[in-house]
Design a protein around this ligand. Sequence first.
Ligand code: AQP
Length: 328
Amino acid sequence: MTNQRVFSGIQPSGDPHLGNYLGAIQNYVHYQDGNDAVYCIVDLHAVTTQRDPEALRTDTLRLAQVLIASGLDPENCILFAQSHVPQHAQLGWLMQATTSFGELNRMTQFKDKGDRTEFVSSALFSYPALQAADILLYDTNIVPVGDDQRQHLELSRDVAQRFNSRYGDTFVIPEHVIPPVAARVMDLQRPEDKMSKTAEADNGLVMMLEDPKSIEKKFKRAVTDSEDEVRFDPEHKAGVSNLLSILSAVTGETPTDLAERYTQYGRLKVDTAEAVIERLRPIQERFAELSSDPGETARVLSAGAVKAREIAEDVYSRARSNMGFLPV
Ligand code: AQP
């Protein structure tokens, strides 16, 4: 099907990592062609945990530059910062009123992040309601995300359906798309855990802008197991299967086909490192060019926000009117 509305968001909570790239950004680039794609740097989500204001500004611009360097074309999609479109926060409130405490309380990501944070804000708890607003605000058909967002996406659908049945047909019910491989890239040191910016140690985390030598070192030290058989078996061989998934996501070959080609863990690690470094190289080069002109990136985001607001205002007006608010 062509010309679907595609929407996804990514947090400016530090530079993105290989999991963000293979699980999400690669699909953002894919879905911008032949669709109406809208991509949002979700800075309002980033402040659900305490952020240094200067770091938030820097990270927002850097993330926009990484996304453009990865292949997002602002002429071919809408790229903007969430806080520039006030309808996100406005619809977020209506979504909070349509989401139950019990539903939010069942979100596993809140439990994980809440346990790791000293000050647990109420915004961290209600974040999936804002995420539902982000998605529903654009009459979205397709949401490309990594596997960790599956539960939040299901909540967005439930909330949209509840709103539609209470107040009449208002929102399009979105579908999520998750990549067939590397939908959950695992930590290289603790392959039972998701690769994450907030990992305890950074040896298991590969950043998109990381120096190639450092990437190579991390892959060479990746935790595998005490066997010596290369087999794709995520349940019993998490480390080896993670390497095969990463290599598969970069080369396009299936993890099972790749496994047949290897007899040694060492060779698999070296080839995966090389493939990742080669995939990231042009992105890093383009990022270096873009980062020399932050003013231009800021202009791209402002122009994106103008286009995003046009769509968002329509959908928000529909929602507030159906809910019974008086016209302004
Ligand atoms: N490890 C991962 N594998 C595949 N996809 C992933 N995503 C995140 N981690 C992985 C996907 O990246 C997109 C943007 O994620 P986000 O900005 O919402 O950040 P996050 O999910 O909070 O990611 P992090 O890096 O793991 O941060 P923390 O440490 O804060 O939890 C989403 O589509 C997500 O699925």
